[in-house]
Design a protein around this ligand. Structure first.
Ligand code: SAH
Length: 219
């Protein structure tokens, strides 16, 4: 029988070729990160064999780990270099944070659901992702003490661009986030310079809700 790690490594290279490169992601650092991070460890054991499929998967608490291609597109849009400090809102499984940690200098990630936060933090320890700092709180207010950030990624759908996060972005910084209603959103890429912000629409997407002070209000 093929060793588990070899089996999954092969699946990762197929995933990169067929789902990510084929759709136009070309950044070699991003592609290398996707070949390396063991996505199957970020889902429950029952879903492990589906981990490299071209779709999102449930991670508990009615939340999901995004489809690999979306994670790749968002990561590439951040134009990361190895000196960058990145803030992620919505740790979820921790997969996106691990991808970011393969490329950037440090990753700050915030999750508002305690069980997901604890699970992700344990996994970061187990996989030796010491570059990732995880925090349990409402990420829509950002992480003021560690700001400004070179890049910010929001992995849950916001009703509008949270001003609080724009304020914590460095001049020259990039932000990627889904913005729209509760069912569908547009993936927005934002660039901040001395004069303000410039946004580009990367196209339609579908994320779970960003819930918090500068997101959707809790019922
Ligand atoms: N990046 C994740 C995707 C998680 S889904 C991954 O790679 O698996 C979105 C996550 O955002 C959910 O876990 C949800 O609980 C979280 N979330 C929603 N609103 C939030 C908020 N205000 N602050 C922090 N996390 C939030």
């Amino acid at each position: 029988m093929l060793k588990e790690s070899v089996k999954y490594e092969r699946r990762r290279s197929t995933m990169v070729r067929e789902q990510i490169e084929s759709r136009g992601v070309t950044d070699s650092k991003v592609l290398a990160a996707f070949r390396k991070v063991p996505r199957h460890l970020f889902v429950s054991e029952a879903l492990r064999d589906k981990a490299y499929g071209d779709f999102p998967l449930p991670i508990g608490e009615q939340q999901t780990i995004s489809q690999p291609y979306i994670v790749a597109e968002m990561t590439q849009a951040l134009h990361l270099s190895k000196e960058d400090r990145v803030l992620e809102i919505g740790t979820g499984s921790g997969y996106q944070a691990a991808i970011l940690a393969e490329i950037a200098f440090r990753v700050y990630t915030i999750e508002r659901i305690y069980t997901l936060f604890v699970k992700a933090r344990k996994l970061f320890d187990r996989l030796h992702y010491h570059k990732i700092l995880a925090r349990y709180s409402d990420g829509t207010t950002g992480w003021k003490n560690e700001s400004p950030f070179d890049a910010i990624i929001v992995t849950a759908g916001a009703p509008e661009i949270p001003e609080s996060l724009v304020n914590q972005l460095e001049i020259g910084g990039r932000m990627v986030l889904p913005v729209g209603n509760k069912h569908t959103q547009d993936l927005i890429k934002l660039y901040k310079n001395e004069n303000g912000i410039r946004t580009t629409n990367l196209g339609g997407c579908r994320f779970v809700k960003l819930v918090g002070e500068y997101g959707w209000r809790e019922k």
